[in-house]
Design a protein around this ligand. Structure first.
Ligand code: NI
Length: 172
């Protein structure tokens, strides 16, 4: 297994739209294992393939307190969503140090495959519902900061670009 590099906003690669996973094979199982390791190491609750610069419809999540209930979601399809909307504070491993309020469906049901190619259904509420929607947005090339006000988004962008430039300079 290996830790993968997580892209940081506003990296334009975060705006790429992912293609369906064509075949669930060893390459995909290795990617899943590496993404889970990367997500746990970064203490995140979810990670989309887009964030590690792989543009295929795949994401991993774990919203359990014990961090021992990994969920592998390949080629997710939304089959139902609630009328009820909830507003919650979200963060993202690609937007370190920030969070912001985003509206999401309170409940969402998806169908997807796991890393063995089995089709299964997730009926998600609360944090898991928010996480699924956040990660599925990544697969569409969308980062949650796009829901924030232009002012807040601008502040985040400026700060993260400055940090990236400093990191580059320190590495040189
Ligand atoms: Ni994210």
């Amino acid at each position: 297994m290996a830790l993968l590099n997580i892209l940081t906003y506003p990296d334009p690669r975060l705006n790429k739209v992912a293609k369906p996973v064509a075949q669930i094979d060893e390459r995909i199982r290795t990617l899943v294992a590496d993404m889970l390791e990367t997500m746990y190491e970064a203490k995140g609750v979810g990670l989309a393939a887009t964030q590690v610069d792989v543009h295929e419809r795949l994401l991993v999540m774990d919203v359990s307190d014990e961090r021992n209930e990994p969920l592998v979601v390949i080629n997710p399809r939304v089959v139902w969503k609630s009328d009820e909307i909830v507003l919650g504070d979200e963060g993202c491993l690609s937007v370190p140090g920030f969070s912001g309020d985003v509206e999401r469906y309170a409940e969402i049901h998806i169908e997807c495959e796991n890393e063995r190619g089995d089709t299964y259904k997730i009926e998600a509420t609360e944090l898991l519902a928010v996480c699924i929607q956040h990660e599925m947005d990544h697969l569409m090339g969308k980062v949650y900061v796009e829901y924030l006000s232009p002012l807040k988004r601008g502040r985040i962008k400026t700060k993260l670009l400055k940090e990236a430039k400093e990191a580059e300079r320190d590495a040189a």
